[in-house]
Ligand binder design. Sequence first.
Ligand SMILES: *Cc1c(COP(=O)(O)O)cnc(C)c1O
Length: 395
Amino acid sequence: MTASAAPFPAPRLGEPYLLTPGPLTTAFSTKEAMLKDWGSWDADFRAMTKSICDQIVALAGDTRGEFVCVPMQGSGSFSVEAMLGTFVPRDGKALVLANGAYGLRAAETMRYLGRAYTLIDKGDYMPPRGDEVGAALDADPAITHVVAIHCETSSGILNPVAEISEAVYARGRKLLIDSMSAFGAIDLDVNRIRYEAMVSSANKCIEGVPGFGFVVARRSELEAAKGNCHSLALDLHAQWAYLQKTGQWRYTPPTHVVAAFLEALRLHAEEGGVPARGARYTRNRDVMVEGMRGLGFETLLKDRWLSPIIVTFFCPADPNFVFARFYDLMKAKGFIIYPGKLTVVDSFRVGCIGRMDEHVMRRVVQAAKEALAEMGVASAAPPEAAIAERAKLAA
Ligand SMILES: *Cc1c(COP(=O)(O)O)cnc(C)c1O
């Protein structure tokens, strides 16, 4: 079988797969879409921007014209900062729900903005639950907005945004969601989960290349947000107003990235949209987790909280296991894995997203098996301390 006949051909001869949560492995045609220069003011490029925004709003499930999409230059964090700065008014107060690095980054962003916030910090991977959000809101009437992370990519946990949304709106507050690593693969339909704005970026589940993020926002909320933002460049209302008036981004857009994203969206639709993308990633995860467990590896999270985005594994207790060596061996076999981000025990992560399928995941497991043998690791079982740590995770 030639490489191009395979449904998910290797990225390119000799190039490793990126088992990371973005930048990730993209389709060849997505890369190819960048081989052309575009004028940012040109009608062709303006049409590309409009098409992207229309498609994103459709992916969010809006059919009544109640939501708009505003793209923003930069990595995902720029769009998170734009969302927080634009929607939390200067006299507002946010409740930030953190269970990992991205929740803490949202809180840090609020601190930089000089806006009031409080934090529920659940540690490395315990999910924030609806009842505790409700209790925090009842206890502090000054809170206007709640900030939730959809998939906390640092552990891979899928947070219960539906029950959080219910707790927020039952108390008349507003929800902002960082769905960076989930949107496009995990349902975040505006008809099922209520929120005012959510943010994602080009290089996650839509499988584009890095360079911009986008915010899907309730139109009325965005209209009301004029003048809120602390930053000229990150003002989503101003970006949106200019887009509406001229069809152009306010400042230089990442033209090639936009062209690649358009192709990535085409592939996303061709595959079957959000359900099909989510199903492929879920299959990737199931095949990979089953294979890794077969080698003795254990996941940090119980199955209930495992996202189809990225999975955290404990490092084996065997003293022959050295993560840096494991990483190099996996890379030599064609797979870039990701170090862990836990504070208590050693771990590493394997991503399930990007242009790859279960056949690739089987090869990942085989590569891990060979790497363990080459290192002289007899068992991939984690240390007792890791198991004890995991036992703390609520059912
Ligand atoms: C990737 C990601 C971000 C943004 O990270 P950047 O490095 O700025 O692109 C924010 N939140 C979550 C949950 C993410 O996965």
